[in-house]
Design a protein around this ligand. Structure first.
Ligand SMILES: [Zn+2]
Length: 105
């Protein structure tokens, strides 16, 4: 359950994560894995899969959630507007791009 950003009521969101884990014993083995596997270095006999899956799911959560049929309008206008504003925000990495340009000249 997440909070709907329009009406602030709970909204249920399906989360899905695709995980390609390969268990390895050390860094060396991890390096030799095909790229589509995420290495899981197993040092102890017990592997905490639960927290691992939890992390993956948290990472795949949407940043904002809305009810599909939410009727409440925010004071900022509709959600599309909010999304547009979000897009207009400068990319934090654009600063890096500027630095790179300055470097070359
Ligand atoms: Zn809502």
């Amino acid at each position: 359950m997440l909070t709907c950003q329009r009406c602030l009521e709970p909204v249920s969101v399906d989360v899905e994560a695709e995980v390609n884990l390969a268990m390895v014993l050390n860094e060396e083995q991890a390096k030799n894995l095909p790229r589509y596997y995420d290495p899981l270095i197993v040092e102890a006999e017990d592997v905490e899969l639960l927290s691992l899956i939890e992390d993956e799911l948290i990472l795949s959560l949407p940043l904002v959630a809305y009810h599909d049929d939410c009727s409440v309008q925010t004071s900022f206008g509709d959600a599309d507007e909010a999304a547009r504003t979000q897009k207009d925000k400068p990319n934090p990495f654009s600063v890096l791009a500027e630095l790179k340009k300055a470097d070359k000249s």
